[in-house]
Design a binder for this molecule. Structure first.
Ligand code: ZN
Length: 402
């Protein structure tokens, strides 16, 4: 029989984030409840995927929205390594005899260390927010800048006068470049250039970060091609910095909208705006927002809520599970104002259709209210709304997406 004190000691010697970090690449989580997020050590096919947030953990516990499992570090090793409880305890280095008084002292020291770490994280977040806000403040209004050329001429969309978009001439693109001897993350600048800034705004109106698109108007799609000179890796020309969960980029602003159109990307939402404009439809009482990603549009799935994917398999050939349609209201997502009676969500045709269907079902469940009508617009297979609108423009027809 292993004492609770000995198990607590074993768990403290093996923080979940550290043990999981041996198998997958975790990043700082945007949720205040969880320290780290990333691919899942148990089910994820790509252990180093940079956009996965299925698995979240702190030092003591973990939850996976994909496999619908949760637990402590011992449960993680049991699942991941297919071990029994005693085998998992051995795998983690085994238990040591501990005196209960000594155990209490260590627990208090660990709690103090966690408090200091949380304070340091909060300080870091606020510094980052202030830095990005300086970029925003010094940015130029989009009119007459390459942002206008990019959106109107290259992408063929109209821009609402109230869109929270600006232009910044010399914007650095940074990548993580290891850690210093104190454990602080180091960054390396791999590109500098003109960029479109979209202000990311919290539900209370506070500036919380930036959506940045690096531009190169000489390219067919208007976006810069960014290659890391050290690794040769091509980086996506878009990046979100600061806090994005629960926050949005306001493109058509309205104080108390009765209709809200929300999608993933800026260009997608503006293509719907453009289609409405060209069909002569009213914009009164309408707000249009980009959520940045579909995960933020819909929020995370409830713990234990997942579905078997019809064709995806994990590395071991088992059916892969993907997050299901029941929302987890404890984790943040875009906040729809109470005044909205007509919510129009834009799905994304680029992603896997089975998973996207579940994400959109989850968004509908999350934002449902008495008396609110919610509709989901689906682009044609393999196209997004932007492609469709462009195809329609070439054919002389407005796209039927708004
Ligand atoms: Zn999982």
């Amino acid at each position: 029989m292993i004492s609770e004190a000995a198990l607590a000691d074993l768990r403290r010697r093996n923080p979940v984030a550290e043990v999981a970090g041996k198998w997958v690449s975790l990043r700082k989580s945007s949720s205040p409840k969880w320290q780290m997020a990333g691919p899942c050590p148990i089910h994820s096919l790509k252990p180093h995927a940079k956009d996965s947030t299925a698995f979240v953990c702190d030092a003591e516990r973990w939850v996976c929205a994909g496999c619908g499992k949760a637990g402590d570090v011992i449960a993680l090793v049991m699942e991941r390594e297919h071990k029994s409880f005693p085998e998992a305890v051995e795998w983690l280095g085994g238990v040591q005899d501990v005196d209960p008084a000594e155990e209490a002292r260590r627990a208090a020291a660990a709690a103090e260390k966690k408090r200091q770490q949380d304070a340091a994280t909060a300080r870091y977040r606020e510094e980052e927010r202030e830095r990005l806000h300086r970029w925003w403040k010094h940015g130029q209004h989009w009119r007459g800048t390459p942002v206008e050329t990019y959106l109107r001429e290259v992408r063929g969309v109209e821009i609402p006068a109230t869109a929270r978009l600006r232009y910044r001439f010399d914007t650095p693109f940074t990548v993580v470049d290891g850690k210093d001897e104190w454990g602080n993350v180091l960054y390396r600048v791999i590109h500098r250039g003109p960029a479109m800034l979209g202000a990311i705004t919290a539900p209370d109106g506070r500036f919380s970060g930036l959506h940045i698109t690096w531009l190169d108007l000489a390219r067919p799609k208007g976006k810069a091609v960014i290659v890391d000179p050290k690794t040769g890796e091509v980086q996506p020309a878009k990046k979100m910095r600061g806090t994005k969960q629960g926050c949005v980029i306001e493109l058509l602003r309205c104080a108390s909208p009765h209709m809200l159109v929300a999608g993933e990307g800026i260009e997608t939402v503006l293509s719907v705006y453009t289609a409405r404009l060209r069909r002569g439809l009213s914009m009164d009482g309408i707000a249009m927002w980009a959520a940045g990603d579909l995960g933020n549009l819909a929020g995370a799935a409830a713990i234990g809520c997942s579905e078997r994917h019809p064709d995806l398999k994990d590395a071991a050939g088992r059916t892969r599970r993907v997050p299901g349609a029941t929302p987890d209201f404890d984790r943040p997502a875009m906040v729809v104002p109470d005044s909205v009676g007509d919510l129009r969500l834009l799905a994304d045709g680029d992603s896997d259709p089975f998973s996207t269907r579940l994400v959109m079902d989850r968004a509908v469940a999350r934002h449902a209210r008495e008396g609110r009508r919610i509709s989901v617009a689906w682009p044609q297979p393999g196209l997004d709304f932007d492609d469709m609108r462009r195809a329609a423009r070439n054919a002389g027809q407005p796209a039927e997406v708004a």
